[in-house]
Design a protein around this ligand. Structure first.
Ligand code: SAM
Ligand code: SF4
Length: 457
């Protein structure tokens, strides 16, 4: 099978339709099965997507919390997006950067400006950046992206740069690989062809198949760490979530490694958007269900949450299986230096600073992590999945979360966050099973107190 025909609309609709016929007992059995952490079949995920009953939903939420805790512990990896350009030749009706939005202040950062932005992000305490840009072959081409990544790595203590950009050729993906990116991320937006066509009226992005096959070209170029997702709200979320799972399963079977992450962006208002309303709005309850279904169906795939969601909902979604979240984000190029709202891609909802978010995350019992060790130790792709599936990844993640959070507490955090964080670290150290690693972690914490940085396993 090739990527071109993995999304069979008729079959997906049939699966979703049949999934409505399951008894309560059958659904409860699927939920019970999910706790083994081996994931779910597509038809089982479809059955869970059809659940509307609050009592059953509650059971799904409980299972998501259980799996999250078992695989990821209470850790949450933090990152911030860096927009290098809002120039774009596409016309995605929902996006503020679309070519026909004449109101938008267009700006492309040169490498030194990118470095200034990255420094502002690093000053907040971040170590991981998601680099984002519009698609304009004259401006945001591969040289712009590679130049930006290179400038940050050379000049700023940012230790992992993930990239969300337009689909590339194999040759250009190789350049991304060589510059040492973390994850290559691309959202199909919607897997529903007709809706895709309606939403992407002109420009290179109107080619559904070129976008769908991007991940395969990335793999061919040697990038084995990829992220996928849909823009929730463009089309029926049940269809799109199931399609995302089918895409993930296809990649897993063909390349022995599925996506490292799935993102859950929900459509936000954007200045200059051509959409008067959200075509298929989904409620907060629906979004909680989406996170839960992903957590149960692909337990080893990270789930990424952005500041598109409100503070209150973000706090709830953390409990259900989100493993990475952005904080203190700006969606305009240069936004960390000067926040020009008329250059935004969309309106963010959670405006809290990283420091404020760290406090809430700690208060909820989650351990913030700024860890970037895996890809620097070549624990990516298949190697990462093997470790994750054997649960060995815990041995590295827990001490690394502790060490990187400590670095933040010592160097950047406010007094209040520091107190709260130090209390938390005392508890978290005790959770390290291996006595030798525990001992070494305690030694390294002392070294960080004395000013050392970037210590990891
Ligand atoms: N231009 C590239 C592309 O479209 O793939 C990469 C960057 S684009 C800025 C990143 C993502 O932002 C898109 O894939 C889309 O899902 C999301 N996005 C665009 N408009 C949005 C909106 N109004 N609300 C929420 N997310 C949006
Ligand atoms: Fe351009 Fe991406 Fe926005 Fe589409 S979503 S208009 S491609 S920046």
């Amino acid at each position: 099978m090739s990527t071109f025909n993995i999304i069979n609309e008729e079959k997906i609709n049939k699966t979703l339709e049949e999934a409505k016929n399951l008894s309560k007992e059958e659904i409860l059995n699927i939920i019970e099965k999910s706790k083994d952490c081996f994931g779910l079949e597509v038809d089982e995920a479809a059955a869970l997507l059809q659940v509307e009953d609050d009592e059953i939903l509650e059971k799904m939420f409980e299972s998501a919390k259980y799996i999250k805790e078992k695989i990821y512990g209470n850790r949450i990896v933090m990152f911030a997006p860096l927009y290098t350009s809002n120039e774009c030749t596409n016309n995605c009706l929902y996006c503020g950067f679309r070519v026909t939005n004449k109101e938008l202040h267009r700006r492309t950062l040169c490498p030194s400006e990118v470095v200034e932005e990255a420094k502002a992000i690093e000053k907040q305490g971040h170590k991981r950046i998601l680099l984002v840009c519009g698609e304009d072959p004259r401006v945001t081409n591969i040289d712009h992206i590679v130049g930006s990544v290179d400038a940050i790595y050379k000049n700023v203590d940012i230790r992992r740069i993930n990239v969300n950009c337009a689909p590339l050729s194999v040759e250009d993906f190789k350049k991304l690989k060589n510059i040492g990116i973390g994850t290559y991320q691309i959202f199909q937006e919607t897997y529903h062809r007709e809706t895709y066509k309606k939403m992407h009226v002109s420009g290179a992005k109107s080619d559904y198949d070129y976008r769908l096959t991007a991940i395969e070209r990335a793999f061919e170029a040697g990038i084995d760490d990829v992220g996928i997702g849909v823009l929730l709200g463009l089309y029926d979320y049940k269809f799109d979530v199931l399609s995302t799972l089918i895409h993930s399963d296809y990649l897993d079977k063909k390349y022995s490694v599925g996506p490292h992450t799935i993102s859950i962006p929900r459509l936000r208002p954007a200045i200059g958007s051509a959409l008067e309303e959200i075509p298929y709005p989904l409620s907060d309850k629906d979004l909680k269900k989406v996170v839960t279904v992903y957590r149960l169906a692909v337990p080893y795939t990270g789930i990424i949450l952005s500041t598109r969601e409100s503070a209150a909902l973000r706090d709830e979604l953390l409990e259900l299986g989100v493993s990475q979240m952005s904080a203190g984000s700006k969606t305009n190029p240069g936004g960390y230096e000067e926040d020009d709202k008329s250059a935004d891609q969309f309106v963010t909802s959670d405006e809290r600073s990283l420091d404020e978010i760290l406090k809430v995350v700690c208060k909820q019992g989650h351990l913030p992590s700024f860890c970037t060790a895996c890809y620097r130790n070549n624990r990516t792709g298949e190697a990462f999945m093997e470790l994750a599936k054997d649960a060995h990844i815990h041995e590295f993640c827990q001490p690394n979360a502790i060490l990187t959070f400590k670095e933040n507490l010592v160097n950047v955090a406010s007094e209040e966050t520091r107190k709260m964080g130090e209390e938390m670290l005392k508890v978290e150290i005790e959770k390290i099973d291996d006595e030798k690693i525990k001992e070494e972690t305690i030694k390294r914490l002392k070294r960080i107190e004395k000013g050392e940085k970037d210590l990891y396993f």
